[in-house]
Write a protein that binds this ligand. Structure first.
Ligand SMILES: [Zn+2]
Ligand SMILES: [Zn+2]
Length: 137
């Protein structure tokens, strides 16, 4: 499956192309995993302060280009929310505080065949499993 291009995603969502937005979104698309603002800052080669990163992430959130995943201990992670990344549950390790994306199939089934689909407009689903990840076991 092809990845979205940062440029196209920005244009499709009516966002002005700026080098910082393009760089951040490009980094998010290429890293292909869930991330925190701080881990994103480490991945971006050019120096960009966290305030700028949060500001741009908020723009992306408002356009549904990315979605927010908040853990039980209130850590905020983000991930792409484009056509290649349907909603899915997450696993949160209580030891190393890492978060892992799980198979989207079950969450998708709940949304599309659950009893709720006809009465509610489901925009997001938050199923989170917590425990100890394979590395920490
Ligand atoms: Zn762990
Ligand atoms: Zn995920």
């Amino acid at each position: 499956m092809d990845k979205c291009s940062a440029k196209n995603l920005l244009i499709e969502n009516g966002l002005k192309l700026t080098s910082q937005r393009e760089l951040l979104l490009d980094t998010i698309i290429n890293s292909d995993s869930i991330f925190s603002a701080i881990s994103l800052q480490e991945k971006v080669n050019a120096s960009m302060d966290l305030v700028t990163i949060y500001r741009i992430l908020t723009v992306f959130l408002n356009k549904n280009i990315i979605r927010e995943v908040i853990t039980n201990d209130n850590t905020c992670f983000y991930e792409l929310s484009c056509e290649h990344h349907p909603v899915h549950p997450h696993f949160f390790c209580k030891k190393c505080k890492s978060i892992t994306c799980l198979d989207p199939v079950n969450a998708h089934t709940i949304v599309t065949t659950g009893d709720y689909s006809s009465d509610y407009i489901i925009e997001d689903i938050a199923i989170q499993l917590m425990g100890v990840c394979p590395k920490c076991k």
